[in-house]
Write a protein that binds this ligand. Structure first.
Ligand SMILES: [Zn+2]
Length: 212
């Protein structure tokens, strides 16, 4: 099976989905990460290097789609075509991306583009938002065993972690989702909403990927 993770900025994968991805990588499942933005007002080269460093040692692949920060628009034909080409070429069984109810325009617009392209072809998991305001989460992936590695890998985004306490935020939100899911205050989950042609298809995929 092949998993495609499409996120807007270099640190988003670590914030929203790397715990789930580590579980899949540990089962020798193919995971590709595409980061949509490549150029920033500051720290462009640092942020690309941080993205490589954060997944170092994980058996997965990484590409950058090359868009400027803040410029992901669902009306941008180039943007749409790049994501469409990626999905058609890679042929994923499941896509992870942002929430449509996010606060950040790059996140929202990328989620809309991915949803439109995936349509009934590929099921999509839309991630939580940074502070956990996504109210409709229905899929919880247990990352209790991966939370320490997740935080360690997020810490490699030094340029961002110096600006805001992202590691603390991620631990709080993932812990809250773990409590919601299991009732265990010591557990951690990444939470998602889904878009799928029919639920049985997604359930079968998730069982294959995350079932015991
Ligand atoms: Zn972002």
């Amino acid at each position: 099976m092949k998993i495609l993770c499409i996120f807007a900025h270099p640190d988003d994968f670590e914030i929203y989905a790397i715990g789930s991805a580590i579980r899949l990588i540990n089962k020798d499942i193919n995971v590709h990460l595409a980061i949509a933005t490549t150029t920033f007002s500051i720290y462009t080269e640092e942020r690309k290097a941080e993205a490589h460093k954060a997944i170092e040692g994980l058996k997965m692949t990484l590409s950058f789609l090359g868009f400027p920060d803040g410029q992901i628009k669902s009306s941008n034909v180039n943007c749409y075509k790049e994501v469409e080409k990626l999905v058609l070429d890679y042929k994923p069984d499941l896509i992870f991306t942002h929430s449509e109810s996010d606060y950040h325009s790059d996140h929202v617009n990328l989620a809309k583009i991915v949803k439109d392209i995936a349509s009934f072809k590929v099921p999509v998991l839309f991630s939580d938002t940074l502070n956990g305001q996504e109210s409709n989460v229905s899929i919880y992936i247990d990352i209790t065993e991966q939370i320490d590695e997740k935080c360690m890998r997020l810490s490699y985004h030094k340029s961002q972690c110096e600006k805001a306490p992202y590691i603390n935020i991620v631990k709080i939100v993932n812990n809250f989702r773990g409590l919601q899911y299991s009732g265990d205050p010591l557990s951690y989950c990444e939470a998602f909403t889904s878009s799928v042609y029919h639920k049985k298809h997604l359930d079968e995929i998730l069982l294959k990927l995350f079932g015991k």
